[in-house]
Design a protein around this ligand. Sequence first.
Ligand code: ATP
Length: 511
Amino acid sequence: MHAVRVDCFEKMSRLDMSFFDDKQTGEVMSILSSDTENLESFLDNALSNSVRLGAMLFGIGVVLFLQNVYLAVVTLLVAPVMVAFTRWFMKRAEPLYAARRSAVGKLNTRLENAISGVELTKTTASEDYETERVRGSSKRLFDDTMAMLRLSYFYRPGMELLAGVSFTLTFLVGGYWLFVGPPPGASGQLGAGTLVTFLFLSQRFATPLAEVSNIIDQYENALASSERVFGLMDIPVHVTDDSDAVTLDSVEGRVEYDDVHFAYNGSETVIDGVSFVAEPGETVALVGPTGAGKSTLLKLVLRMYDVSDGAVRVDGHDLRDVEMASLRSHVGYVGQETFLFDGTIADNIRYGDFDASDAAVREAAKAAEAHEFITDLADGYDTRVGERGVKLSGGQRQRVAIARVVLQNPAILVLDEATSAVDTETEYLIQKSLDALSADRTTFAIAHRLSTVKDADETLVLEDGRVTERGTHTDLLERDGLYADLWSVQAGDLDSLPETFRERVATSDDD
Ligand code: ATP
């Protein structure tokens, strides 16, 4: 089970991003923990118990037949009924067990959601509402379990009744034979000793049958769980290495988007025919309204998703022909929300290079303007950051993430609003270090605050997945389009708001 668990995790961690977009954490967790546990308890108990039970029933059968074939047939008359009854039960039970496993997954999802959203629950005083939602999920599991138990409480006495019938038949036919004479179809004498052996053994025969229902319970549980475990193992992976994928040993940093189209699983087009080239060392800024597709566009250079049409190339290699791990080792990414793993600050910076020395980690932190706040902490670089890094402020987390990228030393840098979580002074400092970092690397920077990217070699204005304006800061101001409007607004000139926006504000004022 250790192997299954690890294999399962490995497979899961290589699944497409779209799997994680759709699947809930609690559901996956329940597959990795409780479903593998169910398989374990089946292999551990039920398998050995069924071998023991099978051997015992077979042994009793052989002894009975050797003693008296006629009476053995009488005793075992109910056996086919038992088999048929068991099969009927299993057929009815299977969907109930599957429903129960799925209810466990849903309950775990709800719990996981409620616990990670505890801050929202408290700030909105919605403890009662959340408890009700957990109660609802738990009730579903309760109902599914009860339905299953009702069926198995019917099965177990049913089997015991059949075992009783077998005992009674043996008792009546054997008694008749002993005191009156051979029953129809039989001949010869039946000794009292033989009848006692039969009565004794047919009772022994009945007792272990109760265990059958336990075994079936574990078997059905394991069956439902194995469908979930192996279902996960069988999910096809689309974003994966080609068998003849090229390993990128070193990268110059020329990135080309060639008529790129992209849509998330089953949703509408998010990127609609974007083309541009970033030469090695250039900085390309992406600006535009929220939801325009800026983050999505940059996720494509990390091959988090494959393009629907067109191509993204690095140094002329289509990303689909490149070994993913080697590609990602040359692309540094700092996102909007910074995730840190539970562990020390140094551990988290080392995600950039697991072999880095302590001195290199410090240098990276210094370059990311993080060294000062880290050394102010009681345990310095050995400070544990807590789950998801909760013990650090947003700005501190972001600086740790930047230090990680500095340590990684990639040829291509992707900054998705990397300074969004810091105050103006820190932003200035970080911007300075990012400028130094991006100087000789191909850099993509998404920024809502245009002043942070005004020195970019090229700025693309993205609207609804399309590039509507492009050029340097000066070009775009001269063009007097959306960029120029946004620039004026950010410079404090509210009269420069785009017409549509002003209309909206005017209407809401009237209201
Ligand atoms: P912002 O400036 O607010 O960060 P953005 O320009 O970076 O916005 P994206 O995050 O790229 O925008 O999102 C573009 C569109 O894609 C949005 O309409 C969003 O709803 C959709 N979208 C983003 N991520 C996913 C996802 N994982 N699955 C489905 N749709 C998504």
